[in-house]
Write a protein that binds this ligand. Structure first.
Ligand code: G1P
Length: 296
């Protein structure tokens, strides 16, 4: 019998060095994408897929995350007194979203180590992992699809996306085979974390969404440091796929919209793309962009 997925784990202990000095005193997860911190999009995505129990794996200097998902009575009273219901709703939205729990990673020993920290909280159920640097368009149903595929196949599930060959070195890269009768779902045969340029065996990159069977924990507990001297989630998934433990690993091939807010250029693109589609900002921004582009 498959156990339902109810919990989401969001690793958020990273130092955000690519955004220094902005991230010197502020977590990178709090960087605004238009007018919402990046992390809120990720929590909203988890909630949208029915996961209202969220565990964030944090570290030092991450208190603003806890503050963001908490109530701010003074601000709420002030907005209420002014009759500013739009902003009041926006402020309260983050605190009403989900039950958010926090656990510190302690030693920064990599993504696999961060996920292993969730073991006690998650227990013996399958669970989702969402990486904060990846934003998936809210119109997409990727996470819900992955949860369904995980139940159907009784396996761990990774999200895969085709990338340009020169970009493969930034990701975990999967070698796969088709599963007859299951369009867009593939069996993962091999995984390599950030292959050296030109050595990747496919153009399918693992993007930051996973649905994992609890067997991943026992594997992570014995996974030696890999690429970059860190305990890699990719290496533990490779063991699951090779041994078939926890039903092995399948991939859902994603063709929708993903934004990488962990990269400065992609972060700027994400803001522009999302703002252009907004009712309140889209029209004037589009008009200005056309003039601006004509001038450069
Ligand atoms: C992590 C994973 C990698 C995956 C990527 C997706 O890398 O280790 O396998 O492809 O997330 O964004 P990071 O970007 O944290 O270095």
């Amino acid at each position: 019998m498959t156990r339902p997925v109810t919990k989401a784990v969001i690793p958020a202990a990273g130092l955000g060095t690519r955004f220094l000095p902005a991230t010197k005193a502020m977590p990178k997860e709090m960087l605004p994408v238009v007018d919402k911190p990046a992390i809120q999009y990720v929590v909203e995505e988890a909630v949208g897929a029915g996961l209202v129990d969220v565990l964030m794996i944090t570290g030092r200097n991450k208190q603003p995350l806890e503050n963001h998902f908490d109530r701010v009575w003074e601000l709420e009273r002030t907005l209420e007194a002014k009759g500013d219901t739009g902003r009041l709703e926006a402020v309260m939205q983050a605190s009403d979203l989900a039950d958010v729990h926090y656990l510190r990673q302690g030693d920064p020993r990599g993504l696999g180590h961060a996920v292993l920290k969730a073991r006690q909280h998650v227990g013996g159920e399958p669970f989702a992992v969402l990486l904060g640097d990846d934003l998936i368009d809210e119109q997409e149903t990727l996470l819900a699809d992955m949860i369904r595929v995980s139940a159907e196949h009784g396996a761990s599930v990774v999200a895969l996306m085709e990338v340009a060959p020169q970009d493969a070195q930034k990701f975990g890269v999967a070698t796969v085979e088709a599963i007859p009768g299951h369009d867009g779902v593939v069996r993962v045969l091999d995984l390599v974390e950030k292959p050296a340029p030109g050595t990747q065996r496919s153009n399918l990159a693992v993007i930051g969404r996973y649905v994992l069977q609890p067997e991943i924990f026992e594997v992570l507990a014995r996974t030696a440091p890999g690429k970059g001297g860190e305990i890699q989630l990719t290496d533990a998934l490779l063991e699951l796929s090779r041994t078939g433990l926890g039903g092995g690993v399948v991939g859902v091939v994603f063709h929708g919209r993903r934004f990488d807010t962990g990269d400065r250029l992609d972060y700027i693109k994400a803001i522009v793309q999302l703002a252009v589609e907004r009712d309140d900002l889209g029209a004037p921004l589009r008009a200005w962009l056309k003039d601006f582009v004509a001038e450069i």
